[in-house]
Design a protein around this ligand. Structure first.
Ligand SMILES: [Ca+2]
Ligand SMILES: [Ca+2]
Length: 236
C-alpha cells in the first residue's frame, strides 16, 4: 500500500509534466488568405528549459500528416512548421518544413517524444473545435487551455495567441432564467388573462355554494334542536 502511494505521488506529477512540456498551440488547418494549401502548425514550449525535439513526431490517426521533428524548441518559445516551403508563412522563418495536408473535416493528432510517450494531442477526428475556413481565422489555444478561433485573419504564427473569439456558453440554470424572462405574445397574454378570469369565477361560484350549504346546515341543526325542545315540553 505504501509502495502504491509513493508510486502515485512520484509518478503522477511526472506524467503531468511530460504531458504539458510541449503543446500544440495554434493550427492553420484552413491555410491562409493566399492559399488553402498554406497550412502551418505552431508548437509551444511550456517550460523554462530548451527542449531537443529531434525524433519526436506529429502523427495523425490516419497517418497523414506524419512528421518527424528535428531541432530544439527554446524555453517558452514557439516552433513553426510550414507546409511545403518557407513561403507558406511569408516573412517568418519556419523551424521545419513538412508535407501532408490537415483535413478540413478534422484530424486526431498526436505529439509523441522519441520514446513514443504521448506529449500532447488534439482529438478532433470528427471536426475541428475552432477556426474558420471561409475567413482563414486559425484555431488557437487560449490562456485557459481551450481551443478558440483567432480574431486575426491568418492567425499569429510563431507569436503569442493574444486575441481570440470565445464562444458564448450558457449554463443550464441561466437558460431557465432566460426562458422565464421571455415576454408573452399578445395572444398568449390574453389567453393567460382569460384563464385567470375563469379561475376567479370558479373561486367565486365555489364561495357562493359554500355559503348556501352552510346556511342549510345551520337551519336544519336549529330546526332539530327546536323539535327536540318542543318534544320534551310536550312529554312533561
Ligand atoms: Ca515562412
Ligand atoms: Ca500563435
Amino acid at each position: 500500500m505504501l509502495f502504491l502511494s509513493l508510486f502515485v505521488i512520484i509518478l503522477l506529477p511526472l506524467k503531468t509534466l511530460a504531458a504539458s512540456i510541449v503543446i500544440f498551440n495554434e493550427l492553420s488547418w484552413m491555410g491562409t488568405t493566399t492559399s488553402a494549401n498554406d497550412e502551418w502548425i505552431e508548437l509551444y514550449n511550456n517550460t523554462n528549459l530548451d527542449i531537443d525535439i529531434t525524433n519526436w513526431k506529429i502523427v495523425s490517426d490516419d497517418n497523414a500528416p506524419n512528421i518527424v521533428l528535428k531541432g530544439i524548441i527554446g524555453y517558452n518559445g514557439f516552433y513553426l512548421l510550414e507546409r511545403t516551403n518557407n513561403e507558406t508563412v511569408p516573412n517568418i522563418t519556419a523551424n521545419q518544413i513538412y508535407t501532408g495536408a490537415l483535413g478540413n473535416n478534422g484530424e486526431s493528432l498526436k505529439l509523441v517524444n522519441k520514446e513514443n510517450l504521448l506529449i500532447d494531442s488534439i482529438e478532433a477526428a470528427s471536426g475541428w473545435p475552432a477556426g474558420n475556413n471561409s475567413t482563414k481565422q486559425t484555431m488557437m489555444l487560449t490562456d485557459e487551455k481551450s481551443w478558440a478561433t483567432s480574431k486575426e485573419v491568418n492567425g499569429t504564427p510563431k507569436s503569442k495567441n493574444n486575441d481570440y473569439i470565445l464562444e458564448e456558453t450558457i449554463p443550464v440554470n441561466n437558460l431557465l432564467e432566460k426562458a422565464k424572462k421571455i415576454p408573452l405574445t399578445a395572444s398568449a397574454a390574453s389567453a393567460t388573462n382569460a384563464f385567470q378570469r375563469d379561475i376567479k369565477k370558479i373561486e367565486k361560484d365555489n364561495f357562493s355554494f359554500l355559503k348556501i350549504f352552510g346556511l342549510a346546515i345551520l337551519i336544519s341543526t336549529l330546526s332539530g334542536i327546536a323539535i327536540l325542545m318542543l318534544k320534551r315540553l310536550l312529554d312533561k
